[in-house]
Design a protein around this ligand. Structure first.
Ligand code: NI
Length: 256
């Protein structure tokens, strides 16, 4: 069974102690490919180092995370552009908007997001999108930029069926499903019953959002098996089928 983790921050300091073991554990669990969304200029060195260590399994994205957008975002975007011009990355990410933590830099977040969607189109790369408490504003931006060249993933999708259908209607976007689907109070299982599996990709968002029964601990890519199990249960199909379809979807997004 081959699985793909489309979103894992395995380069972050939470894994400094045992990063190699974590990646090897994932590979042993069938998670042969892990896609690494960048955060900001401070994470690039460790991001590239991990990719260099596991060139067959770990793939670096380039982008500026909305949580790192502040008054200096122009400098950060220049660094993103510098790296994109210098070498090939697997995607533009992680980009997007977040009204949950801080609304101080909303105009800057919007501008950074728009500029990075343009970079995704310029380099013909998928856009890996983070959104929290800002769906309508963010969706409007994606819709205004959407064309047949724009594609990607709405990462950590936990929204309504109506929102899912809007994303699917864009044409080139998949929904990233992770540990949240295993949470007791999550409405995601019910929503997922009405969404075809060909719109879904798997993710962990490691080290965040570990699936049950690991809640409150550090997440890692090997735990994606628990997400697969839950999706299989919700859809009433085998884990092998969930793995095959979601892997094919991920390969499509990342042009593998
Ligand atoms: Ni993330």
């Amino acid at each position: 069974m081959k699985l793909i983790d489309t979103h894992a921050h395995l380069f972050s300091e939470e894994f400094d102690r045992d990063r190699t073991e974590v990646v090897e554990r994932a590979i042993a669990a069938g998670v042969t490919k892990m896609f690494l969304p960048n955060i900001d200029s401070s994470s690039i060195a460790s991001l590239l180092k991990l990719e260099e260590q596991f060139p067959e399994n770990c793939f670096a994205m380039m982008g500026l995370h909305p949580g790192s957008v502040n008054e200096k975002y122009g400098d950060e975007l220049s660094i993103v552009e510098h790296w994109l011009a210098k070498r090939r990355f697997c995607a533009i990410g992680e980009i997007g908007m977040d009204y949950y933590w801080d609304k101080t830099f909303v105009p800057q977040q919007k501008d950074a997001f728009e500029k990075q969607l343009d970079l995704a189109k310029k380099y013909a790369l998928p856009a890996i999108i983070h959104q929290r408490e800002c769906f309508d504003d963010l969706f409007e931006i994606v819709r205004s930029k959407n064309d047949k060249n724009l594609r990607g993933i709405f990462h950590c999708f936990t929204g309504t069926l109506e929102q899912a259908n809007k994303i699917i209607g864009l044409g080139g976007f998949k929904l990233g499903i992770g540990g949240v689907i295993t949470y007791k109070k999550s409405e995601l299982p019910e929503t997922l019953k009405h969404i075809e599996l060909n719109h879904i990709v798997l993710e962990t968002d490691s080290p965040y959002l570990p699936p049950a029964p690991h809640r409150g601990k550090r997440n890692e890519s090997s735990y994606i098996a628990l997400v697969v199990q839950k999706i299989a249960e919700v859809k009433g199909i085998s884990v092998e089928e969930v793995a095959a379809i979601t892997t094919k979807n991920s390969e499509e997004v990342f042009s593998l």
